[in-house]
Design a protein around this ligand. Sequence first.
Ligand SMILES: [Zn+2]
Length: 172
Amino acid sequence: MSLVEFSNEKILKTLEILDEQNAQTFSFDPVEELLGEDRTSEICSMLGVSADLIKRFREQGLNFDEADKVACKLGEHPSMIWKEWNEIKCIPESLYDAVEEFMRQNKMCGKCKQWINRSNYHKRSASKDGIARYCTPCMKLYEKERRVKREEPKRFNSSSSGIFDGSIGITS
Ligand SMILES: [Zn+2]
C-alpha cells in the first residue's frame, strides 16, 4: 500500500482501532483451564514467561498483544480461547507497517490535531523529536494570538484619553 492512499482520516481510524485493542483485556482463567495447571512455576515454564507476569495476568488480565502471544504459545488461535476475540476490530497485518511508516514521516500537530508531514514543522532542538509541537501554520497563528494578547492591555490603556464607549473594538 502506498502512503499516498493513506489519508489523515484513515490513519486516525487505524489509530482508534489500535487504541481500542490496547484497552481490551482478556482473562487468564481460560488459559489456566486449557493448560490444566494452576501451579505458577509450571505455567511459567509452559508459557516461557516470568512469575511476575503470570501474577499480573491473573490480576489484570492480558492485553491484546499478550493474549495473541500466549495463544500462539499454546498453538491455538486466540478466538478459540477467548470468545470475545472475534468481536475486536482488526487491522490487516500489512497496515501495521504502513502506520509505522506514516508515523515516522508525520506528526500530529498539538493544536489542529492533524497528522502533518514533519517537514511542515519548525526545527526545535530542545524537543525530543527535534521539531516543534505545533505545525508551522498553527505556530504562526499561535504567535500572532500571543502578540495580540500582549498588546491588548496597552491598547486598552491608550484609549483612556478618549471615552471607551464600546464602539472602539479591539482589532488586531
Ligand atoms: Zn497544526
